[in-house]
Design a protein around this ligand. Structure first.
Ligand SMILES: Nc1ncnc2c1ncn2[C@@H]1O[C@H](COP(=O)(O)OP(=O)(O)OP(=O)(O)O)[C@@H](O)[C@H]1O
Ligand SMILES: [Mg+2]
Length: 275
């Protein structure tokens, strides 16, 4: 038994900030001194690329690990942002087909990560926009699933399907899987539309909203080109601060932990409050 927490970041809808969330949350957790492993489970290798690695130059990847060619520890690399990364390459595209013929295919990632779990506090799994065998592997390996959601018309389509898949996994391969909730991403607080969509999804599916929302900001689109997360390229922006808040919550730190005011100051402060 270890205290390592494994979180799958999943939504089969494309472009809802799964990869951005994994990169940003990972960097924010590393900032807090947590040992973090990020796993790229998308053959597009966007996470790998956005953390500064050239997927075409990666020699050992998650694909080799899933096929049992090497141990996970052999393929893991450090990143400039702080977390370690189990990278992906385009080879992963063929992996689903290869896994399908294997017995116990849903458990492949879970078993592969067992070796490295004791070395980490948090493992974040970046799922591809699909509900295929790799996403089932992620949900089977995870303690929790976090669902990034862009709150716009028709966003709810697909959430039901994802939750059906989660329930199947809970029934068949991972009874302990917990839904952390939906994380509103690319959020436009200037319109009431986003709030209405979010409220509808929450009541329709009985999901928790993981606050704070991540505001839409062009700074997010700039970060991957620099091979760093937004925590490093624009660390003071509201988006980066929001991911820091999520990291503190996941790390089990209270917001109050950061500004620990000695009791004598609290006493003074109460005395100067005007009556
Ligand atoms: N808060 C934000 N504000 C503006 N742009 C954002 C924000 N978060 C992410 N983006 C941008 O949106 C695009 C999609 O993000 P990302 O790649 O993280 O989504 P994804 O869900 O992983 O996509 P896919 O389903 O293709 O894997 C990227 O260009 C990213 O830089
Ligand atoms: Mg992605």
């Amino acid at each position: 038994m270890t205290d390592c927490r494994t979180i799958a970041v999943a939504n089969q809808k494309g472009g809802v900030a799964k990869t951005t969330t994994v990169a940003s949350l990972g960097a924010a957790l590393a900032e807090l001194g947590r040992k973090v492993l990020l796993v790229d489970l998308d053959a597009q290798a966007c996470l790998t690329f956005s953390l500064g690695l050239d997927p075409e130059a990666v020699e050992l990847s998650v694909h080799d690990v899933l096929l049992g060619r090497v141990a996970a520890s052999m393929a893991i690399q450090p990143t400039a942002d702080g977390p370690d990364l189990l990278p992906a390459t385009i080879e992963l595209a063929g992996c689903e087909g290869q896994l399908l013929t294997r017995t116990g295919r849903e458990y492949t990632l879970r078993l592969a990560l067992e070796e490295v779990r004791p070395s980490y506090d948090v493992i974040l799994l970046d799922c591809a926009p699909s509900l295929g065998v790799l996403t089932i592997n992620a949900l089977t390996a995870a303690d929790e699933v976090l669902i990034p959601l862009q709150c716009e018309t028709l966003s709810h389509r697909g959430v039901g399907q994802l939750l059906d898949t989660v329930r199947d996994v809970q029934r068949l391969t991972n009874r302990d899987l917990r839904v952390m909730g939906v994380l509103p991403t690319l959020f436009d607080s200037r319109t009431t539309h986003a709030r209405e969509v979010l409220a509808d999804i929450v009541t329709r599916y009985g999901l928790d909203v993981v606050e704070p929302s991540i505001a839409k900001s062009v700074r997010f689109a700039e970060a991957p080109a620099a091979g760093r997360s937004i925590l490093r390229t624009a660390g003071r922006t509201p988006g980066a601060q929001a991911y820091r808040e999520h990291a503190r919550r996941i790390a089990g730190l209270d917001l109050a932990d950061e500004v620990r005011v000695p009791s004598e100051f609290i006493h003074l402060a109460t005395e100067v409050v005007p009556t």
